[in-house]
Design a protein around this ligand. Structure first.
Ligand SMILES: NCc1[nH]cc(CCC(=O)O)c1CC(=O)O
Length: 308
């Protein structure tokens, strides 16, 4: 009898080709390989990577980063896709599922500047780069005098534009900078009071076709339950408010030392610069429906507080 069993086909990870996306895909590849899986990468360029001259909110939203990867899962070129959860739309297309959400990296936003130590140190009228409506609204609230200019492109592109002198400072997610070993570029991290993060910021999610029980089983050990519950609450705020990335919404949850899940959210109206509505709540949360209920409660408070 032949003792050798055919080795199973490798798990193929569909990934964008930016340095951050590749780092994230290779991170998942290494974790799966350590568990004995054979894993290959399939690099792809998405429309979100190609369109760099317009704000994402104007050209179809963050889903642009995800759709091409989903097409690769659909036609079997790849089995899994690794995403920054922040870029994953609230509702996945039918037949797709998030197999797991991994332990969150630093969820905060970072202040990056060659000359200035933090937001307060910026001179009157300084130019700050960001294309995130959430960051625009929160920056305007903190410093109405600043000139906020659009900034798109992957992390390296954004840092190069800063170094070229196009901006006095830019705002980036701390998680991306840390993953790429660029943490020395962080001059200050924003407190949640100054700059509340986006739903899902700092967390990686792995998407599969929902019927792939084999992949769901392979990925289950990579899940981090506290992160999953926190992001379920954050994403529920966004979903309850009809969330799209064209909405300047912040939502961040974490388990406190009291064991409760604390959720904060903020919403501003770009057309009404003075307006910023905040809401927060805490609850004992052990299941996804409980996390979602907390998110929906906070969303209602935001509505009552003057949203729309
Ligand atoms: N919108 C792009 C994007 N998507 C995820 C991250 C950072 C990493 C993360 O949040 O996990 C970034 C860059 C940024 O916002 O600075």
């Amino acid at each position: 009898m032949n003792a050798s069993t055919p080795s199973p086909a490798p798990i193929v990870i569909a990934t964008r080709e930016s340095r951050l996306a590749l780092w994230q895909a290779e991170h998942v590849q290494a974790l799966l390989q350590a568990r004995g899986h054979a894993v290959a990468l399939l690099g792809m360029t998405t429309r979100g990577d190609q369109i760099l001259d317009r704000a994402l909110s104007k050209v179809g939203g963050k889903g642009l980063f995800v759709k091409e990867l989903e097409a690769a899962l659909e036609d079997g070129r790849a089995g899994i896709a690794v995403h920054s959860l922040k870029d994953v739309p609230m509702d996945l297309p039918a037949g797709f599922a998030l197999a797991c959400v991994m332990e969150r990296e630093d969820p905060r936003d970072a202040f990056v500047s060659p000359r200035y130590a933090n937001l307060d140190a910026l001179p009157q009228g300084a130019v700050v780069g960001t294309s995130s409506l959430r960051r625009v609204v929160l920056l305007r609230h903190a410093r109405p005098d600043l000139r906020i200019e659009p900034l798109r492109g992957n992390l390296d592109t954004r840092l190069r534009k800063l170094d070229d002198g196009q901006f006095d400072a830019i705002v980036l997610a701390a998680a991306g900078l840390k993953r790429l070993g660029l943490q020395e570029r962080i001059r200050a991290v924003f407190t949640p009071e100054q700059m509340l993060p986006a739903a899902g910021q700092g967390a990686l999610a792995i998407e599969v076709r929902a019927h792939r029980a084999d992949l769901l089983a392979a990925l289950a050990p990579l899940a981090h339950r506290p992160t999953w519950l926190a992001v379920a609450a954050e994403r529920a705020v966004s979903r309850a408010l009809g969330g799209s990335c064209s909405m300047p919404l912040a939502a961040h949850a974490h388990f406190g030392t009291d064991g409760l899940l604390h959720l904060r959210a903020a919403w501003g109206d770009p057309e009404r610069p003075g307006l910023l509505v905040r809401a927060d709540a805490g609850a004992a949360v052990a299941t996804e429906p409980e996390a979602q209920a907390l998110g929906e409660r906070v969303a209602l408070t935001l509505r009552d507080g003057g949203m729309r």
